[in-house]
Write a protein that binds this ligand. Structure first.
Ligand SMILES: [Mg+2]
Length: 321
């Protein structure tokens, strides 16, 4: 009953604040080369194959681009460049942790075995000798592209809840910690909302588990669709979801939760033909901090969970903080 196409899942994932790196319809490639002649030749060649191309004239410029959030995921680096050499850039990129994988191709006129080994040991995934052979370049770039797409798919599968298309609990917690760190640095408030679908067990018992799955899927999609691009939803467990609100204090988060709660009236979920829409309501627990000082993610989640418990106890279909 729940059949989410891959494109739809990707969209849902981006929508819920998933990794931007998954948006790879057109792969972009960084070319770092100080020779204008080779740079232009590479730009022309790669563009003619349909790649988006970003250029750098030095190793330092390349390193700056590779640290950006929207960095190209494949880089062709000349070995000898002013400032940082291609080899040094390889070392710096491969020495990082917690950043998306970048496939590195070293471009070099050095073609003795010792140099090639040194390049690969510095973290390059592959190398091409200059002057390059066009077909060889195309094949090597294709290999890089295949690896990046596989790597993306794996990261995406590892981060998503397959039924609802939103982040799974582990991925949500990871991203939440990142957002909290960022809020702390920027002295901004941060809040979370815990959401639990009311009487979900009854839906499962009355209409079956497939109907329950449909409700979960539609519910998660609905929440995601009402959030801003930097806010995201995760499935916390069972019929419980959690929303991350960066730059939002508790009072504002309560208003957002109230808006989400009210919007569920329009969520007409039918679980079988010739049947009226199921009325779905949910309870919301909100917790936030004006400025994150000593607070940890766990503390915030405990507070939100307690608020949610109160919302349930006080009769459900309500927001508590
Ligand atoms: Mg050079």
């Amino acid at each position: 009953m729940v059949n989410i196409g891959e494109n739809l899942q990707k969209k849902a994932f981006r929508r819920c604040g998933g990794l931007k790196i998954l948006d790879l319809e057109k792969l972009s490639i960084l070319i770092a080369e100080d020779s204008i002649f080779f740079r232009q030749l590479l730009v022309q060649t790669l563009s003619s194959w349909g790649y988006a191309v970003v250029t750098a004239g030095s190793g330092s410029e390349a390193w700056e681009i590779l640290q950006r959030e929207d960095t190209p995921r494949l880089a062709i680096l000349d070995w000898v460049m002013p400032g940082l050499s291609g080899l040094e850039v390889c070392r710096m990129v491969s020495g990082r942790t917690g950043t998306p994988y970048i496939y590195l191709i070293l471009l070099t006129s050095k073609d003795n075995k010792e140099d090639i080994v040194a390049g690969l040991e510095a973290g390059a995934d592959d190398y091409i000798t200059k002057p390059f052979h066009e077909e060889e370049l195309r094949c090597r770039v294709k290999i890089g592209e295949r690896i990046i797409r596989l790597e993306n798919k794996i990261s995406w599968l590892a981060a998503t809840d397959p039924l609802t298309g939103v982040l799974n609990r582990r991925a949500f917690m990871e991203r939440m910690e990142g957002e909290m760190q960022r809020s702390k640095r920027q002295n901004e408030p941060y809040s979370v909302i815990m959401v639990d679908i009311d009487h979900f067990k009854k839906i499962n018992d009355t209409y079956g588990h497939q109907a329950g799955d449909t409700v979960l899927h539609r519910f998660a999609k609905h929440l995601s669709s009402l959030l801003r691009s930097y806010e995201f939803v995760g499935r916390y467990g069972g019929e419980e979801f959690i929303i991350s609100l960066t730059g939002t204090g508790e009072n504002q988060a309560v208003r957002i939760a109230e808006r989400l709660r009210a919007s569920l009236v329009d969520l007409a979920i039918t679980v079988s033909d010739n049947q009226e829409a199921l009325p779905v309501t949910a309870s919301f627990g909100v917790a936030g901090t004006a400025v994150i000082a000593e607070g940890t993610g766990d503390m915030l989640l405990t507070k939100a969970d307690q608020a949610l418990y109160r919302a349930k106890r006080e009769g459900r279909n309500r927001v508590c903080s």
